[in-house]
Design a binder for this molecule. Structure first.
Ligand SMILES: O=C(O)c1[nH]c(=O)[nH]c(=O)c1Cl
Length: 311
């Protein structure tokens, strides 16, 4: 069975990749992803200038996942763009993702211009869903602002692009967001980012587990699976077929990945599990997914992608 997949004209020999923000901050991190069994990888969401992010502790492992309020620490766009340009020279035919998360419209557009004017030949993920920068609401929850950002972006941006969305919890919101996204030449939509502004408590000290924002942070891992499945499925049912889905959230084994593909995902991103198990996890996940496919008699992803049945 093979795990190859594609987004538009971009072919990948494996359906798995990292979620932005997990083990993708430094060149060493990114090299380790490149050497793993993952089919591709995405860089940490970049701002124009390097950021230190929020004070620690800002990440904690939970019984069923993780909580994080990193605060968008990153090396700055030029660092990741330079890495990508070097990578594509050394690995022709391998396509990677750059993630950007400007804190203002101007910053997003400035970074988009920098990328547009570069020789980068991969895909760009515009992160509309960072929940952890104090005072900055998630763009993805502001429909007018989302439409404004995408309208301004696509007046000049011609490289392959997609958006990373926060989870939605209301069918009317799926309808509204899909109606906006369908107006733009997007290659993909990536659902979901972490479940924003959760809170967990240290039982010994009755203290919030992480320091930033009084302990509020994005929730990932198994907690996120049912929300991720619903968001991938809802957008798969509503978006123009030209806009493909990337499924992110709750992948702990091959079956979880299989389920995201059933819901419509063409690529599967792994966050919390990768944080806890390192890039070797892609070898395990690939083997487990192939085993599920074998039991079903499937030999490739197109045999079951988007084929979720309902009663
Ligand atoms: O705090 C972060 O850096 C962060 N954390 C998340 O869970 N999602 C994001 O998009 C970002 Cl940008």
């Amino acid at each position: 069975t093979d795990l190859q997949t594609s987004i538009g004209d971009f072919q990948f020999d494996n359906v798995f990749m990292n979620a932005s923000g997990v083990r993708c901050y430094t060149e060493e991190d990114l090299d380790a992803l490149a050497q793993s069994d993952a089919g591709t990888f995405v860089t940490k969401s970049a701002t124009q200038a390097k950021r230190l992010g929020n004070p620690s502790p800002r990440y904690a492992r939970l019984e069923l996942g993780s909580i994080n309020s990193m605060g968008l620490p990153n090396e700055g766009l030029d660092y990741y763009l330079n890495y990508a340009l070097k990578f594509q020279e050394k690995h022709p035919g391998q396509w990677i993702f750059l993630s950007v998360a400007g804190l203002t419209m101007e910053e997003n557009l400035a970074m988009a211009h920098t990328i547009e004017d570069s020789d980068f030949n991969g895909l760009v993920e515009f992160n509309l869903s960072c929940p952890n920068v104090p005072g900055k609401p998630q763009t993805g929850y502001d429909f007018d602002r989302t439409k404004e950002v995408l309208t301004n972006l696509f007046t000049f941006f011609t490289k392959p692009a997609g958006v990373k969305l926060p989870p939605y919890f209301d069918l009317a919101q799926f309808d509204q967001m899909a109606a906006i996204l369908n107006q733009f030449p997007l290659q993909f939509v990536n659902s979901i980012n972490s479940l924003g502004n959760g809170l967990m408590i240290d039982p010994e000290t009755d203290t919030a587990l992480i320091k930033p924002k009084g302990g509020f942070g994005g929730i990932g891992g198994a907690y996120a699976k049912p929300i991720a499945l619903a968001n991938v499925r809802a957008f798969s049912q509503r978006l123009d077929p030209k806009i493909q889905l990337i499924g992110t959230g709750g992948v702990t084994n091959g079956r979880d990945a299989y389920d995201l593909i059933l819901a419509g995902a063409s690529l599967v991103q792994v966050g919390t599990l990768l944080q806890e198990e390192r890039p070797a996890v892609f070898t395990r996940l690939s083997r487990e997914l192939q085993a599920v496919m074998q039991t079903k008699g499937y030999t490739n992803l197109s045999d079951f992608k988007g084929q979720l049945k309902t009663q």
